[in-house]
Design a protein around this ligand. Structure first.
Ligand SMILES: [Zn+2]
Length: 401
């Protein structure tokens, strides 16, 4: 059978992307209709997929294998093509077109998720007939997750089944937008919640109370000082900005004008560089509270407390230029330079679980999460060519034992 020309494959990817964009898969909404669609599409090509439903009943992961299955329930290694099905909300964003109706203009495809990252998923699905047509020696897995945009939480239960009910891919390509350049490192992104228990009192008797909002202010100021210390201690010029950054993103507290507020909660996050564990920053904040704040608070009211809870931990990703996945991606993409990016992806979780991982996908992160998000058709074209080279590699490369 003659190989499909790139233009026809790209056309196929565009048609699939149109269908995928039409599903509003904002993280908090269901992704089941999109999963149904993908499942039906794969069945139409004779491929069975496995669902890993979430406990909330409205989300599911999807995993499918093309090529040799190998012996045993865990099968053989292979290469996983990974994407997330969820998208960020369009709430409050000034769009010129309907975000869920893909619109083509000047070589660009506009719509929510076209760039982050249904464009990559559409390219993978468009290549399925070509993957099927080859006698693959190494299996190619399609690895689709939910809840990536709310802390990369959906992929984790799927990874836990790798090597048990699902094969553990030896290699993973995460198709997040990198303009089809090879990314071998990214920052971690971890989120915390700090709750302060103070003591209420009438505001005319401040000596009887502990104002939790003022304590929060002290802690937030300390986070600023911690960030300054991090900047002077540890930088990495591959990243922009080259240091770990801390953001305080929300605060709640207070009862009435004349009441010392008994409780306050604030949310904060840290973007860590490889080599820095976000939990050490939470521990530093806690040590400050124990040393500088809690003794005086508890002298007024023994039950006063400061408690910091991790809400989501995404470790930094740093596979290195020489890793198996990175060197394969460089070879197949015909490039010799790798990049580091400041945003987080599921790559950290795959790499930590033992799959050699690399990030490369169509579109620019500058368009992700933005109003009038778009992907260039030329990027999809580069992506299908890259996927075709992966398939050619999988056809001649026996899967390692
Ligand atoms: Zn994404």
């Amino acid at each position: 059978m003659a190989a499909t020309p790139t233009s026809a494959r790209t056309e196929r990817a565009i048609e699939i992307l149109r269908d995928l964009v039409a599903f509003d898969t904002t993280s908090e909404k269901t992704n089941l209709p999109m999963a149904d669609w993908v499942e039906r599409y794969l069945v139409s090509h004779g491929i069975e997929s496995h669902r890993l439903p979430a406990e909330n009943g409205i989300h599911t992961n999807l995993f499918a294998t093309i090529g040799p299955k190998g012996a045993g329930p865990a099968g053989v290694g292979g290469l996983g093509l990974s994407g997330h099905m969820d998208v960020v909300p369009t709430t409050g964003q000034p769009w010129d077109t309907d975000p869920y109706t893909m619109t083509e203009k000047d070589g660009r495809l506009y719509g929510r998720g076209t760039c982050d990252m249904k464009g990559f998923v559409a390219c993978v699905l468009a290549m399925v007939p070509d993957f099927k047509a080859r006698a693959l020696k190494t299996p190619l897995h399609i690895v689709l997750s939910y809840d990536e945009e709310v802390g990369c939480t959906g992929v984790q239960p799927m990874i836990e089944t790798f090597g048990k009910t699902l094969p553990r891919p030896r290699l993973i390509v995460v198709g997040e937008p990198t303009n089809m350049t090879v990314v071998d490192a990214h920052k971690g992104g971890s989120r915390f919640m700090t709750e302060i228990t103070g003591k209420d009192a009438h505001s005319s008797k401040p000596q009887l109370g502990v104002g939790s909002i003022r304590i929060a202010a002290e802690l937030i100021a300390e986070l600023g000082r911690i960030e300054t210390r991090l900047k002077s201690r540890h930088t990495d010029p591959r990243f922009d900005p080259p240091y770990a950054s801390i953001t305080v993103s929300g605060i709640e507290g207070g009862v009435a004008h004349n009441i010392i507020p008994p409780s306050c909660t604030f949310r904060w996050g840290v973007r860590t560089l490889p080599g820095l564990d976000a939990m050490t920053i939470a521990a530093e904040l806690q040590a400050y509270a124990e040393r500088e704040l809690l003794p005086a608070m508890r002298a007024v009211w023994p039950e006063c407390d400061v408690v910091t809870t991790p809400v989501g931990i995404l470790p930094p990703f740093a596979s290195g230029k020489g890793s198996e996945a990175t060197s394969l991606a460089l070879k197949l993409a015909g490039q010799n330079e790798t990049f580091a990016v400041p945003y987080g992806t599921e790559a950290s979780h795959f790499e930590a679980a033992g799959s050699s991982t690399v990030v490369i996908g169509p579109g620019s992160i500058d368009q992700a999460h933005q109003p009038n998000e778009y992907v260039e058709i030329a990027e999809l074209e580069k992506c299908v060519e890259f996927l075709d080279r992966i398939a050619a590699w999988a056809e001649i490369t026996p899967t390692p034992a």
